[in-house]
Design a protein around this ligand. Structure first.
Ligand code: SF4
Length: 176
C-alpha cells in the first residue's frame, strides 16, 4: 500500500510542540507504517514537496518569511493541522502585539544592547505588524490546542488522519 506523505512545519514557536511529537513513543511505529516524514525540522529535506497529505504546523505567523512559507505549504498540503496554542491562537508570540514593531526592535537591539547597537536586517526576515494564528492567513483543517498538545493527543490525531478519519478531539485536548 502506498504510504502517505507527512510533513511538519516550524514557524514562530519554541519547538515544544515538536518535542511533544517526538514523545509519541511506540505510536511512532504505527505512524511509520502508514506515512513517510518528508519535510520538517526532524528530517533533512530542503524543499517542501508538492503533494503532502498531512502537515502539522507549530507556531504563529510572525514574519514575512513565516507568511510566505505557510502560504506555500497550504498550496502543497491536503490536510493542514494547527498544532499547539501558538498555531491555534498565536499564544506566546502574540504577547508582542500591543507594541509597534519599530519600538519593539529599538528597545531590544538599541536600548537593550551592551555593545554595537543597531537593528539587524541582513538575513533577518521582517516582522509582521502582528503575530497571528495560522487560520488568519490560510485555511486550517484541524485545530489541536495545547501548550504543547500531549503526545497521546498527537498520536491519536496522526493515526486517525492517516486512516482517513477526522479526529474527534472532544475531551482529548485543552488550551495551555
Ligand atoms: S504551543 Fe507552547 S509548546 Fe507549542 S510552540 Fe507554542 S509555546 Fe511552544
Amino acid at each position: 500500500m502506498k504510504k502517505a506523505k507527512l510533513a511538519t512545519l516550524w514557524l514562530d514557536g519554541c519547538s515544544g510542540c515538536h518535542m511533544s511529537l517526538l514523545d509519541v513513543d511506540e505510536a511512532i511505529a504505527v505512524v511509520a507504517q502508514k506515512a513517510d516524514l518528508v519535510y520538517g525540522p526532524l528530517v533533512d529535506a530542503q524543499e517542501f514537496p508538492e503533494d503532502v497529505d498531512v502537515t502539522l504546523v507549530e507556531g504563529a505567523v510572525s514574519s514575512q518569511d513565516d507568511l510566505e512559507k505557510i502560504k506555500h505549504v497550504r498550496e502543497c498540503t491536503r490536510l493542514l493541522v494547527a498544532l499547539g496554542d501558538c498555531a491555534v491562537n498565536s499564544n506566546v508570540p502574540a504577547m508582542r502585539n500591543s507594541i509597534p514593531v519599530k519600538k519593539l526592535l529599538e528597545r531590544i537591539y538599541i536600548q537593550g544592547a551592551d555593545e554595537r547597537p543597531g537593528i539587524p536586517t541582513d538575513g533577518v526576515p521582517p516582522l509582521l505588524a502582528h503575530s497571528v494564528p495560522v487560520h488568519e492567513v490560510v485555511k486550517v483543517d484541524l485545530f489541536v490546542p495545547g501548550c504543547p498538545p500531549s503526545a497521546s493527543a498527537i498520536a491519536y490525531v496522526l493515526v486517525e488522519l492517516l486512516e482517513g478519519r477526522m479526529p474527534d478531539l472532544n475531551s482529548k485536548v485543552k488550551f495551555g
